[in-house]
Design a protein around this ligand. Structure first.
Ligand SMILES: Nc1ncnc2c1ncn2[C@@H]1O[C@H](COP(=O)(O)OP(=O)(O)OP(=O)(O)O)[C@@H](O)[C@H]1O
Length: 259
């Protein structure tokens, strides 16, 4: 990688100790991510994707290895990092309006400035005019837009997304995928997207990390050399897209042949 990486993970391992047994979620995961790069992470169900994300975000302390953000070891949640989770029902505060939810991370910035920045973030996600609505008055897709607005309002440098579109219908999902790619490119954000959907990873990412079954390690890194913007229907029809899809499916199905 020519550029100095913004994110660097090396030798990451994490186990969870239960009363009867220990579950090793991830083992020896290492990768680097350049500033502005959109990285997709795919792997079999339960392989440890969320655990990896939590270690990267400073929400979980790995047993082995290190995470560096901007050249410094991550020991807690860095200021410049935001996370979007799958479950918008639980991540938004139901008693706050959309505008208040978005303003929450910047609540110490002063009322007028906070309100203006929240309005701008809601505009970006296509929710101008919905600042006074409560989450229950919004569709699932709109609630996830609020969650995205809340994640970008503080102008983070690194956005971590954990299956952010897994709970919305297919059409909404396609719209939110495009919206996320557009917004994060406009803001120059570095993004790490965890998904179980291989097509989604190929459509959105610059590079896809393929993880093995638990305890997960990196089986392959696949650079995605598809022009942008990537129209969903046209891109899916490209032979190169189908080659990537085949390659990633094969690596997951036959991990022994990955190297
Ligand atoms: N806090 C915890 N305590 C105990 N075990 C845990 C904990 N968090 C995760 N695990 C276990 O670690 C393994 C990996 O879980 P993780 O949620 O990271 O996988 P995932 O790839 O994100 O799963 P999915 O594909 O279902 O989203 C699982 O076996 C899970 O049960």
């Amino acid at each position: 990688m020519a550029e100095t990486p913004l994110v660097r993970a090396a030798g990451l391992g994490k186990s969870f100790r239960g009363r009867r047994s220990t579950t090793q979620a991830i083992a020896d995961i290492g990768f680097e991510q350049a500033p502005g790069e959109f990285l997709g992470v795919v792997g079999p169900s339960g392989c440890g994707k969320t655990t990896l994300l939590r270690c990267l975000a400073g929400l979980e302390r790995p047993d082995t290895g290190t995470v560096e953000f901007d050249g410094r070891p991550v020991t807690g949640i860095p200021d410049a990092v935001s996370v979007v989770f799958q479950d918008y029902h639980r991540s938004l505060f139901p008693w706050l309006t959309a505008g208040e939810n978005v303003r929450f991370p910047i609540r110490d910035r002063g009322r007028a400035a906070g309100r203006e920045q929240a309005r701008e973030a809601l505009d970006r996600v296509g929710l101008a005019g919905f600042a006074d609505h409560h989450p229950f008055q919004l569709s699932g897709g709109m609630q996830q837009r609020v969650a995205i607005a809340r994640a970008i309002v503080s102008r983070p440098r690194f956005l971590l997304m954990d299956e952010p579109f897994a709970s919305v219908d297919a059409q909404t999902r396609a719209v939110l995928e495009q919206l996320t790619v557009t917004i994060t490119a406009e803001l120059g954000l570095t993004v790490l997207l965890i998904t179980h959907d291989i097509d989604e990873a190929i459509l959105m990412a610059d590079r896809v990390l393929v993880l093995s079954a638990r305890p997960s390690r990196v089986l392959r890194e696949v650079p995605i050399d598809l022009d942008r913007p990537r129209d969903e229907v046209e891109t899916r029809a490209l032979p190169l897209f189908q080659d990537y899809r085949r390659e990633i499916h094969r690596v997951i199905a036959n991990p022994g042949t990955a190297d």
